[in-house]
Structure formats: structure tokens, C-alpha cells
Design a protein around this ligand. Structure first.
Ligand code: UT7
Length: 320
């Protein structure tokens, strides 16, 4: 029997309508457009409306991706929602999305891997597709991070935003789609980047807390490291990478990673300026933007690399 691969046949994304600029933020906390832009590369972020939940953002991104894939809702047999800001503690956001979109033939579950959520999700979908039991999967990263923001904390509130990005994967016997990947976890860093509450620990949802410098220092080492590992695993070299999509947390982290990886500027997708850090949604959102604006073409080699709370980190090498 020939081997099964998972190819991406559609991408989609959604950003809420409301925009909060750096200038808007400088009226709320002691900060400035100059500080935020030079330290992070962020100009603005999107904020979900009061009646908009993570599931609503996910639904819009998935619909967009299904349209791109020309796939109907009933054909989806697997739905993975990566999020750290679920609508409710339970049921999972994926069950809510399943109902809202009529994905009635899909088994649906959430995963929590913070900024690495989409990368983790792709690897899980790939394994399930490779098992032969699933043919059409949707992986979505969706977040309403502004709901767990401390709007008085300038060290975090300038960094994060809301949004969603999705990809539709299909089983194929051709050697294309996901070629290699690696995902890692190091729980020694649980206190570096976290929510300060949770249902079991505090009976609240808490706010985002981050030791920015610590995260920064590790991200600039681990993201290039795992990228190199995954490209080598695919039997390729960095020169074979046509498009690199790193997690969009800080433009300085991306630029440091690039130097270490020897990937030229024009092969990199940078979207952070427009939306800030949206955790699991960043990579699929950037993938969708690059797909729709022609920066990635069918058949090209794409490298996705993320790192986030946990720490979790991971990389996927795929033929688009
Ligand atoms: O998505 C998961 C992964 N997350 C990340 O990768 C984020 C990683 N970390 C970072 O991106 C950066 O560490 C930050 C953007 C969070 C911070 O940048 P930094 O260059 O590490 O700045 P810093 O924390 O060292 O702060 C420098 C100064 C401090 O003042 P002093 O102590 O030098 O007087 C801060 O109090 O900037 C001050 N500061 C601010 N000033 C104006 C911190 N936040 C702000 C602010 N506006 N919003």
C-alpha cells in the first residue's frame, strides 16, 4: 500500500473589525508608538466584539478555508481547534464550531499548546490522516487573547490581539503536503509565560503574564534549531525553503532567527505589524495571507516554525 500524505488544499483567516492602534494604547498606558514599533514591529491589533467569541472567529476562518478548498462542510471528518482562549471551559470550542458550521461528520477536539498550537495541530492531523481513518481535516488556530489581558500592564497589553487562521488538509498518495516535522515541550518554563488563573487553580481565567526577556532569549535559539532539524529530516537544505512562516511574536525574534538560518528576507512572511501576537492564529493567518497574495505558490516548500508558552515549540516542512 502506498504511503499517505496530508496536503493543504485551502487556507482561510479572519480578523475582527475593531482595530486598536499603538496611538490608541498610548492613551491607556504609559507607552508610545515608537516604543512598541521599534521593540516589536507591531503597529496595531484587532479586538473581538463583545458578542464575538473564539468560536465565531474560528468559524469565519474555516468557512474561508473551505471556500478556498472548494470543500463542503459535510466532507470534513476531523476538526482540530488550537486555542488557549476557549469560549467555555467545556464543551470544547471545537464542539461549538462543529455545530455552528454544520461539520456533522467531523470528530472534533481542542488542543492547548499556546503559540505552537497550529503547528502541533498539523502534526496531529497528519498522524490521523496517515492512519487511514481520516481524509479531510480542518486545523484552526483561533484566539480572543484580549479577553485575558490586563489593560494596565504595558509589558503585555501592547503585544497581543485577536484573530483566527485555518487550513484544510486532504489525504493523498502523492508525496506532497507535510513532509517532516518536529514538536517539543519543556515544562521547566511554565512560569515564564502563562495565564495567572485557571478554573482549578484559582476559579478564574487570570491574565497574561510574561517574562519577555526569558522568552525572547530562548525563542531566538530554539526556533532556528528546530527549523534546521526539520529541514534536514525532509532531506532538504535551507536553500530549498521557498517560504518561511515563523510565529509572529516580535519582529526582532523573526529577524534574529533569519540570520541564524540564512534565509533571505524576501522568502519570509511577516504580518505582525497588522495584528500583533495572536498565539495559535499567527501562523495560519500568515499562511493564508501569503497564499492569497501569491507569495506562496503551489508546489513550493514552506517552513512553519513556532514557539510559545509551556514552553512548546515545533516546526513543519511542507510542500504546498
Ligand atoms: O508568543 C509567545 C512568545 N512571546 C514572545 O516571543 C515575546 C518575547 N519577548 C519580547 O518580545 C520582548 O522581550 C518584549 C517586547 C516583551 C520586551 O522587549 P525588551 O526589549 O525585552 O524590553 P524590556 O522588557 O527589557 O523593557 C525595556 C524597558 C523597560 O524599562 P527600563 O527597565 O529599561 O527602565 C520596561 O519597563 O522598556 C519598558 N517597557 C515599556 N516602555 C514603553 C516595557 N513595556 C513597555 C511599553 N512601553 N509597552
Amino acid at each position: 500500500m502506498s504511503e499517505i500524505y496530508s496536503e493543504i488544499i485551502g487556507t482561510g483567516s479572519y480578523l475582527p473589525e475593531k482595530v486598536l492602534t499603538n496611538d490608541d494604547l498610548s492613551k491607556m498606558v504609559d507607552t508610545s508608538d515608537e516604543w512598541i514599533y521599534t521593540r516589536t514591529g507591531i503597529k496595531q491589533r484587532h479586538i473581538a466584539a463583545d458578542d464575538e467569541c473564539t468560536s465565531d472567529l474560528a468559524v469565519k476562518a474555516i468557512q474561508n478555508a473551505l471556500d478556498d478548498a472548494k470543500m463542503s462542510a459535510e466532507d470534513v471528518d476531523l476538526l482540530i481547534v488550537a486555542t488557549i482562549t476557549p469560549d467555555l471551559v467545556f464543551p470544547s470550542t471545537s464542539c461549538i464550531v462543529q455545530k455552528k458550521l454544520g461539520l456533522k461528520n467531523a470528530v472534533a477536539f481542542d488542543i492547548s499548546a499556546a503559540c505552537s498550537g497550529f503547528v502541533y495541530g498539523l502534526t496531529i492531523a497528519d498522524s490521523m490522516i496517515k492512519s487511514g481513518m481520516y481524509k479531510n481535516a480542518v486545523v484552526v488556530g483561533a484566539e480572543t487573547l484580549t479577553r485575558i489581558m490586563d489593560w494596565n500592564d504595558r509589558t503585555t497589553c501592547v503585544l497581543f490581539g485577536d484573530g483566527a487562521g485555518a487550513a484544510v488538509l486532504r489525504a493523498t498518495n502523492e508525496k506532497t503536503g507535510i513532509i517532516s516535522y518536529s514538536v517539543k515541550t519543556d515544562g521547566d518554563y511554565i512560569d515564564c509565560l502563562k495565564a495567572t488563573g485557571g478554573p482549578s487553580a484559582t476559579k478564574t481565567s487570570g491574565n497574561i503574564f510574561m517574562e519577555g526577556k526569558e522568552v525572547f532569549k530562548l525563542a531566538v535559539v530554539r526556533m532556528p534549531e528546530i527549523s534546521k532539524e526539520v529541514v534536514a529530516k525532509a532531506g532538504k537544505t535551507m536553500a530549498d525553503v521557498d517560504c518561511f512562516i515563523p510565529h509572529q511574536a516580535n519582529i526582532r525574534i523573526i529577524d534574529a532567527a533569519l540570520k541564524n538560518l540564512d534565509i533571505p528576507e524576501e522568502k519570509v512572511v511577516k504580518t505582525i505589524e497588522k495584528h500583533g501576537n495572536i498565539s495559535s492564529a499567527c501562523i495560519p493567518l500568515a499562511l493564508d495571507i501569503a497564499n492569497k497574495n501569491g507569495q506562496i505558490k503551489k508546489g513550493q516548500n514552506v517552513l512553519l516554525t513556532a514557539m510559545g508558552a509551556g514552553f512548546t515549540w515545533g516546526s513543519v516542512f511542507l510542500k504546498f
